[in-house]
Design a binder for this molecule. Structure first.
Ligand SMILES: Cc1cc2nc3c(=O)[nH]c(=O)nc-3n(C[C@H](O)[C@H](O)[C@H](O)COP(=O)(O)O)c2cc1C
Length: 154
């Protein structure tokens, strides 16, 4: 089973009275306790969205917490765009961030969903069966990796 916990990283830091209220110990602890981290990224100007990067940046402060929160953490990427690119460039732009934080990226398959308006309905459900199958394959592959990784690590 992939997700025992779904952590939604909040990105509205500008609206919060204090960064620690949104990106404080609680969020860092939840990532530290998770078996893995799945980043579902949009693409902005052929790169990663600044507000998403900013959320990760806050989670790396104080720097002494980076090892506890991110180092050795299995991470998978996926994403969707309204255009033809499918977040390929955004996902590539995440790689130096993942390397810098010492994560263990999983590259077993790729999910780069293009033309998202034709793939999701108004409620955000996947209506394209080929995309649904590729998302399922991706999540199962990551879950299998996590199971192997967790067993090895104990
Ligand atoms: C500033 C900006 C830049 C964007 N650049 C791209 C892009 O380079 N490629 C792409 O496919 N979509 C691009 N988009 C569309 C986003 O991928 C799309 O808006 C996003 O998936 C929807 O989430 P949002 O709430 O972040 O807008 C861009 C959107 C914005 C607001």
């Amino acid at each position: 089973m992939l997700a025992r916990h779904v952590l939604e990283i909040q990105t509205d830091v500008a609206a919060s009275p204090s960064a620690d209220e949104h990106f404080g110990l609680d969020q860092r602890d939840r990532i530290a306790a998770a078996d893995g981290l799945l980043l579902v990224t949009p693409e902005y100007n052929n790169s990663l969205p600044g507000v998403f990067k900013n959320a990760i940046d806050w989670l790396t402060r104080p720097p002494k917490d980076i090892a506890r929160v991110f180092r050795g953490k299995p991470v998978a990427l996926m994403g969707a765009t309204p255009g033809p690119g499918g977040t390929g460039l955004s996902q590539a732009a995440w790689l130096p961030v993942l390397r810098t934080l010492g994560t263990v990226p999983w590259f077993g398959s790729r999910v780069q969903v293009s033309n998202a308006a034709r793939v999701f309905d108004a409620e955000g459900r996947i209506i394209d069966e080929a995309v649904r199958a590729s998302v399922e394959k991706h999540l199962l592959g990551f879950a299998e990796f996590l199971a192997r990784f967790t067993t090895k690590g104990t």
